[in-house]
Unconditional design. Sequence first.
Length: 343
Amino acid sequence: MSRIAGLAGKIPGVFAIAMTWASVGSAIAKGQTFAFVDTKDLVLINTKADPVEYKGRKAIRLTKDVEKDGFVLLKGTDFQDGTIEADIALKITTPPGVRMPGFVGIAFRARPDGSRYELFYLRPGNSHAEDQAMRNHSVQYSSEPDFGWERLRRQWPSVYESHEELQTETWMKVKIDVKGRSARLYLNGSEQPSLIVDGLKGEDLRGGVALWGYQGEEAYFSNLRITNSTPLPVKNGSEASGSWQVKCATDAGPIQGALDLKRDGNKVTGSWSGELGKDRSVTGTWRNGYVELSFNVDWPLDDKGTVAPAVATLAGWFDGDSAGGRAKVEGRADGRWSATRKP
C-alpha cells in the first residue's frame, strides 16, 4: 500500500476541511451520521466517489484509477475516543487471473492532509485462501506512515492482524471502538472483537474520520455513524527517564524486572535487572512518549541452569507514571508489558 503524504496545498478542499475542524474546537457533537445520498460532506484524495444504490441501500461508491491509497475525508469530523459504525461492501473489479486481495476500511484520527492516520481494514479476498497465513491477513491494522502493514507484520507477527469470515459483494457491519491508546474492531454485530490493538501506534490522539479503498475495486459505504465519548486522560510526550518496575505477561510465563532509563533527545539508554539477567544494557528510541527498547537476555533452557542468549524487546507508550505495550523475547516469548515509576 502506498502512503498519502505531502498533499496539503495540492488537493482542493483539504484547507477547507482543516478550517472546519478548527472551528469545531472543543464542542464536538455527541453523534454524527452520514446518509451518503450525495458527496457534499466528502473531501476526495486520489479517489472518486459517487452516490449509488447497492444491494438495496443508498451508499457512496469509491473507485480510483491511480496506484495510490484511496482516501475520503468526512467533513466536520473531529474524533478522539468513541465509536465509529458503518456498513461496508467490496466488489473486486480486476480481470480474472490478476491477484487482487481487496482492501476496504475506515481511518480515524486522520490529519486533514491525509499524511497521518490510524486504520482498520478488511481483506475479504484473503478470508477463504488455501494458505493459512493468507487467511490470517483478513483483518488488519496499520498506522500510516510510520507503522505500515509490513513493519508491523515483520516486527510483531500475528499481533496486528487476524482471520475473520468475510465475503465480497456482501454488506458487512463494522464497529470501531476507541479508548485512549486502545481500539477494537467488531464485525457483523458480534460481541467479541475480531481484532484488538492495545497501544495504537499513531502520534495523534485526535483527528478526522475517513473512508478508505484501493485500486481495482469498488468500495461501498453506507449508514456511517460516529459517537464521541469523553476522552481518556492520556497525553503524548511523557518522560521515559527514571526507574521503572516492569511486569511482562507472555505465552511462556510471567517475567519481572526493573528498568533504569535515561533519555537524550530521541535516544534512550539504561539497564535491565531482574529475571533473564542483571545489569543488561538497554538501548532504544523515544518518539513523543512512544518507545522501542531492546536488550540481551539469558533464556533458561532447562532446570539445570542452562541458558541461551536472546534479545528482548519492549515497545509501547509512557503515560505519566505508568507505561505499557507489547513485549517479546525473539523466538522465545510474546505478550504484553506494563510498568510503574518507582518513587
